[in-house]
Design a protein around this ligand. Structure first.
Ligand SMILES: [Fe+2]
Length: 181
């Protein structure tokens, strides 16, 4: 279950409704998705082949169709981060404060990670995510992302055009890492 930490208070919120209410006025959508046993098993695999990825997307077709209608995302695929050689270099693209030209939309189906955000008022907050957490970071919002030490997360991502994922950096500054506990 997600945990939200406003860095200016340090007091975490862990109720999904409270988290959604905190994030909505800041432009970030948050919801809980039901992750069934088949999706959980697929997301726990060490490697996901094309069939597994297709099946994972298919298991969430109702939620994805609803979002595609509401938000106009034409495509969905699966991203699987694993503790393999090169993972730290890949993750280092996203642990610096950045924004994208497209929304960053993720439904976490396995593993853990943390998003950090810079609000319009400059104050920063973290959202630790795990299976069942759905998040949409709007285009143009400063944010960053960390995996925890296990370097393992599996997510369905929705997008208009994968070119929209190119990060635009604010500086070389790294975001604050979350501490899972
Ligand atoms: Fe990002």
């Amino acid at each position: 279950m997600a945990r939200l930490i406003p860095l200016w208070t340090g007091r975490p919120l862990d109720d999904p409704t409270a988290i959604a209410e905190f994030l909505a006025p800041r432009g970030v959508a948050f919801a809980r998705w039901e992750v069934g046993s088949e999706a959980t098993a697929l997301a726990a695999r060490e490697a996901l082949d094309d069939d597994a990825r297709e099946r994972l997307v298919a298991l969430f077709r109702l939620e994805l169709a609803r979002l595609a209608d509401a938000e106009g995302y034409p495509a969905a695929d699966v991203v699987a981060v694993r503790a393999v050689p090169g993972v730290d270099e890949a993750l280092a693209r996203f642990d610096r404060v950045h924004f994208h030209d497209d929304d960053e939309v993720r439904a976490i189906v396995g593993g853990r990670g943390a998003f950090g955000f810079v609000g319009d008022d400059g104050r920063q907050f973290l959202l630790e995510v795990e299976a069942g957490d759905f998040i949409s970071v709007p285009a143009g919002m400063w944010h960053w992302f960390y995996c925890d030490d296990e370097r393992t997360i599996t997510a369905i991502r929705l997008f208009r055009d994968s070119a929209g994922w190119t990060p635009h950096y604010r500086s070389t500054e790294r975001g604050v890492p979350a501490v899972h506990g």
